[in-house]
Design a protein. Structure first.
Lengths: 148, 706
């Protein structure tokens, strides 16, 4: 069973990234549960967790949102690689905060990035995921926490 | 404390030694000075006496010379002058010796007496001032009359001097010897004194050296002890410090404190200041009072220990990485006693976070095991089909809850819109769980209802407010899965038959339109028994006609009956002693009847309890701020009775599992209205309350009995 503090660590890490990097805070939408693999956007930054908790946490965002973020960050390069780097950076921030807040009972992997419409997101069969919409400006991304 | 006493004793000893050294030196110097002075006087007197020894002989020779000159008529003035000088010297020196205390003895007295005998003889001689000769041309120089007289006196003095010169010389020599002895004695005493002084100084120096060595040894031991104390305070995992009478921390503390409190400025810090940013004000006040009590001389330490309010203190602190963490600290207090009473309070602080969390996990595990046991025992009394129906319905409701949550929301209004629907669904799940006596499910849903209530009170809602609710929803789903698994095992145990297939999670199988209402009667009986026990009431429930409920009405009729039964148990039926005073039977009566009518169907629910008074309804509505006081006063009886069906209305002050939220009857009324039916209430205060639900007829296809 996931604890509120654990969930908040992931959520805060994501929203803080927007405040710091994109200089405009993000808000979270109405969270909900989902059985099976949730749909993902074009770019997904993912970390795997093992130890006390097992599963994955990922941030998935549409290309349009990432483009506006890069513009806010004064970037001129909107290439595929830059988009991948950006979601990787969000996943890295989530990973860093998790390492900071959780004890050594959590083993957190190096972030990886997936892209495309149907990327092969590692998903444990029958596991429920917490879906937390991340709203920024008019765009919406998703933070997916799928841990047991 | 012992170290301080030893140090004080050593300081006193060193001061004593210093004083003794000063006294010895002072004595030596004082008496040495006196002896030296005495010696100088004696030596001076000795010199005078030695000089005087020559004068008796000198005076005798001078008198001889003077007589010879007078006899040959030679010039006598020079001889007389020398005699006068000698006599004067003897007089002066004898007076000086008299003035010297050391010479004043029998020898001087004898010499002085003898010299006094000289004086009558010598005085006429030395005092002669005349012309001893007369000159004539014929006779030459001859003695004048004065000269003759003077010659006779000189002759007499010469004879006396010749006779007494030696005795006087002897007396003066004896005096010189005596003075020499006196001087030698003084020198010997001075030597002895100096030797004694040197010896005493040596003894004192040795003593001072010894004490200095001892002191150095003690200081070394004290330094070692201090080092050891420092090592202990550096290594020990507990936080230690001393509190003085002003409740301030002393200058020595263990390093563990720095880690526990993330600060280093403990010296002089008050105990209240140490805790003020870490604990709530009430805890801080209690802790301050407790520490004050510790200084009471008559307070019993074991008793004080038993009322320690800081036995397990939860604090929130910076974890050093920019975020907060919760730790649990245990404070222990021990009074440090001295002869004059309580000197300090020793405070030890332990970080018991690990053990608290372990105990909590154990307790959770125990609670979980107990809950599972309770759940299993409760489930044993539930019909398997009813249970399956409940699980299916509940999972459908949860799916609905999740669907409500999934609706995108970005602002307060959109978030707030979800609350009513969430409430309705959760309340419905709780009602059915209570009816089946599945308290583990009901209590979980009750907590979720609390969360939704809290959300309602917040001025601005965001997605963050819904995170705890989603976590609880996940927990509820997990619990329902374990209920289903347990039901399967029970079913195997009961009859060895396989259980109906288990639906998985929120995406489980479709909900059945309604439970089997012919099986609702025992469920209601079971719920009635639990409600009577929980609310300390007694009542009999009689149910009739539920087998005739058509399928489309099954869910609504079930929800109605559950809600009405709760209301009757909580608000309607009086406690047995109250009923006795009202001349009623101890056990109340609740009657339920469902029947077909010419125009459709009718459900009548009646209890013989306290009834409902419009005044109570109005007062409760004002209390819940559903209407203003003025509006309540203007309401007639009909409008007041309609309050029963208003959202958020309840006459109950607090919230319990069975009443108080005011989300029951409005849901019932809405469900009935959705079916095209009506609900009405009639009551007589002190006599009864009757709810009547009228539903339209249904067509033949859907009229199949549920």
């Amino acid at each position: 069973m996931l604890y509120e503090q654990e969930l908040k660590t992931f959520v805060d890490a994501t929203t803080n990234f927007f405040s710091v990097a994109a200089q405009e805070p993000a808000s979270i939408g109405s969270p909900y549960l989902m059985e099976g693999a949730p749909s993902v956007h074009e770019y997904t930054g993912i970390i795997s967790i093992s130890g006390k908790r097992e599963g994955v946490v990922y941030f998935t965002a549409p290309k349009a949102m990432l483009t506006v973020m890069l513009m806010k960050m004064q970037e001129n390069d909107f290439s595929h690689e830059t988009m991948r780097d950006l979601v990787g950076e969000v996943a890295n921030t989530i990973s860093g905060n998790a390492r900071r807040d959780f004890s050594r009972e959590f083993v957190i992997s190096v972030p990886s990035v997936l892209s495309g419409e149907k990327p092969d997101v590692p998903q444990h069969a029958g596991r429920r995921s917490f879906i937390i919409p991340i709203n920024w400006r008019s765009h919406s991304a998703k933070l997916v926490v799928s841990l047991s | 404390m012992m170290v301080a006493a030893t140090e004080r004793r050593r300081q006193v000893l060193m001061a004593g030694l210093g004083t003794a050294l000063i006294l010895v030196m002072g004595t030596v110097l004082f008496f040495g000075f006196r002896l030296a002075t005495q010696m100088r006087t004696s030596i001076s007197a000795l010199q005078t006496a030695s000089t005087l020894q020559t004068y008796p002989e000198t005076i005798a020779q001078q008198l001889n010379s003077l007589r010879d000159r007078l006899e040959v008529r030679a010039y006598s003035g020079q001889a007389l002058s020398e005699l006068q000088t000698s006599v004067k010297h003897v007089d002066t020196n004898l007076r000086q010796l008299e003035a010297t205390g050391d010479a004043d003895g029998p020898q001087l007295n004898r010499a002085r007496l003898l010299w006094r005998q000289y004086q009558p003889v010598l005085d006429p001689v030395v005092s002669f001032t005349g012309q001893p000769y007369v000159d004539s041309d014929t006779a030459g120089s001859s003695l004048s009359s004065e000269g003759r007289r003077h010659y006779a006196e000189v002759k007499r003095a010469q004879l006396f001097a010749n006779e007494n010169a030696r005795p006087l010389q002897t007396h003066l020599a004896a005096l010189a010897t005596a003075l020499q002895h006196t001087s030698s004695d003084a020198a010997a005493r001075l030597r002895t004194l100096l030797l004694a002084g040197v010896f005493a100084a040596l003894v004192l120096a040795v003593a001072a050296g010894y004490f200095q060595l001892t002191r150095a040894r003690h200081e070394r031991a004290a330094r070692e002890a201090q080092d050891q104390t420092r090592y202990i305070l550096k290594s020990v995992r507990e936080g230690f410090f001393l509190l003085d009478a002003d409740h301030r921390i002393g200058s020595v503390w263990s390093e563990a404190l720095s880690h526990m409190f993330s600060r280093n400025d403990f010296a002089g810090l008050s105990f209240e200041d140490l805790l003020k940013d870490l604990v709530p004000t009430a805890t801080l006040t209690t802790a301050a009072k407790y520490v004050k009590l510790l200084w009471g001389q008559r307070a019993h330490e074991n008793l004080m220990k038993s009322i320690n309010p800081l036995g397990q203190l939860e604090i929130t602190r910076d974890n050093g990485h920019g975020s907060k963490e919760t730790r649990y600290l245990q404070f222990d207090f021990h009074r440090v006693m001295a002869a004059e009473g309580i000197k300090h309070v020793l405070c030890s602080v332990s970080d018991i976070t690990a053990s608290v969390l372990l105990a909590r996990e154990l307790q959770d595990s125990q609670d979980n095991a107990n809950a599972q046991l309770d759940m299993m025992l409760g489930m044993m009394h539930v019909d398997p089909l009813q249970l399956t129906s409940f699980l299916d319905t509940t999972e459908t409701s949860i799916k609905l809850v999740n669907t409500i949550l999934r609706e995108p929301a970005r602002n307060d209004a959109e978030f707030r819109k979800k609350l009513a629907g969430l409430f309705r669904e959760l309340h419905s799940i709780k009602g059915e769980a209570s009816a089946l006596n599945l308290s583990s499910v009901a209590s979980r849903v009750h907590v979720m209802e609390d969360m939704v209530s809290e959300c309602k009170k917040r001025p601005e809602l965001s997605g963050n407010d819904f995170l705890p609710l989603v976590l609880k929803l996940d927990e509820l789903l997990a619990h329902l899965r374990s209920v289903r698994e347990m039901a399967a095992r029970l079913s195997v145990l009961k009859d060895g038959a396989p259980t109906p297939p288990a639906a998985a999670g929120a995406a489980g199988g479709p909900a059945r339109a309604a439970g089997a209402l012919d099986e609702l009667s025992p469920t209601l009986q079971s719920m009635a028994a639990r409600l009577a026990q929980d609310h300390h009431k007694q009542f009999r429930l009689s149910v009739a006609g539920l087998a005739d409920v058509p399928a489309p009405y099954a869910t609504t009729i079930k929800d109605c009956l559950i809600q009405m039964l709760r209301n009757a148990a909580v608000h309607g039926i009086e406690a047995p002693d109250v009923r006795r005073n009202l001349a009623k039977q101890d056990a109340g009566a609740v009657n339920v009847e469902f029947r077909k009518t010419p125009g459709g169907y009718e459900l009548v629910f009646e209890d013989d309890g306290a009834g409902i008074t419009p005044q109570n309804l109005k007062a409760a509505a004002v209390r819940k701020r559903l209407v203003t006081e003025e509006a309540a006063q203007r309401m007639d009886t009909r409008a007041a009775m309609a309050l029963i069906f208003a959202p958020g209305f309840s006459t109950q002050e607090g919230v319990s599992m069975d009443a108080g939220r005011g989300v029951g009857m409005d849901v019932v009324a809405r469900s009935v209205a959705n079916l095209g039916g009506k609900i009405g209430v009639s009551t007589h205060p002190g006599k009864f309350t009757r709810f009547r639900v009228v539903l339209p007829g249904v067509d033949a296809d859907s009229a199949a009995v549920a």
